[in-house]
Ligand binder design. Sequence first.
Ligand code: ADP
Ligand code: X15
Length: 407
Amino acid sequence: MDSPAMIDTLDDLDVEGTTVGVRVDVNSPIDDDGTLADDARLRAHVDTLAELIERGGRVAVLAHQGRPGGDEFVSLESHADRLSELLGQPVGYVDATFSDAAREAVRSLENGECVVLENTRFYSEEYMEFEPERAAQTHLVTGLAPVLDAYVNDAFAAAHRSQPSLVGFPTVVPGYAGRVLESELDVLGTIEETPEPRVYVLGGAKVPDSIDVAWSILEKGLADHVLTAGVVGNVFLIADGVDLGDASSDFIYDQGYWDEIDRAADLLDAYGDRIALPRDVAVSRDGNRHVLGVNALPPRGDEAAMDIGDLTLEYYQRILDDAGTVILNGPAGVFEQSEFERGTRELYSAATDAPTSIVGGGDTASALRRLGIEGFSHVSTGGGAALRMLTAEPLPAVTVLENGHRN
Ligand SMILES: Nc1ncnc2c1ncn2[C@@H]1O[C@H](COP(=O)(O)OP(=O)(O)O)[C@@H](O)[C@H]1O
Ligand SMILES: O=C(OP(=O)(O)O)[C@H](O)COP(=O)(O)O
């Protein structure tokens, strides 16, 4: 991909008195009461926001949280409260993103003040992908851009999405990379120089993204091995003809991932020798972790595959032992429940032994903290974005910054 040097950064922005829309990625785990459960992604953006504030900018923060219909699809009010604590100064919040109320909140900012606008995904256009020119015509961008002098993208973790707040604003307003985006591009821009063999570990629950990445890295010869775990592993097992039982199948169907089984089967046909599948899975039986080898499946009716088991861990460990580079995204199981954290703990720990180890993702970072795992060469703020970058493919939100805004 093109050098990040082609993108303007905060060093190129005359900040004093400038109204800046700053797109961050603070998409975080959420507690049952709808408030933030983990502030790591907010902490990551403190440097960029503090710098803009200290240099006298008028800062309007744009961000998404969750996906429409999901449990974590909540307002950014508690994010604003936490940002205020992290920045050590009041941070405003307005429950609007591009209406009169939002414009008024932005226009009334003084130098060095900051306001958080509402979750961009509360508006349906923001959950769609567009070419930049079309994204610039959305209500979000046409509504808010007139009150912005500049746009800063610091949302590396969302840079693989071609959504209006990421590609629309920098089409009509001068765009700059924030400090997080700048440093991620710097670190992750050199995949082809990392030591081989390269092992990609694809876990977690974003199955379509993981399958896209798997195609790309296998086709390009970037990956010597792809280890599957989490819901991704379950989809590959079903694609391989394993009967995982009704509970896991229903879960995959309910997530809208049923068609991914065919895509996984095509991948296995094309590159099966480089794709590793779980050899056993853990279910909950009588309230305890219970491990079943794939030959002993399906489990009982209401038992879902919630983690990988010890046979899988031994198998994956052997592959990881020889790796020059490990690139990992997504938990191996439902690590939020103590009986299913083992796969994630052991797999991640094994990955840290590789000479180069790169890990990323919102829930992945939360798992690292919960399980106290350290030692990766680089912990990226992005999961899908880091993987996309490590396929040596352009990120739409970065390309638009390289191309510059329309005059
Ligand atoms: N076997 C499984 N069944 C259901 N959910 C799973 C399973 N394995 C992992 N998960 C869930 O995947 C979620 C994280 O996936 P994802 O969002 O893709 O990770 P990241 O945010 O790091 O990219 C976690 O909430 C975890 O509970
Ligand atoms: O959490 C994110 O990505 P990640 O889970 O790959 O780290 C980003 O906020 C992007 O969210 P999305 O995958 O709902 O577009």
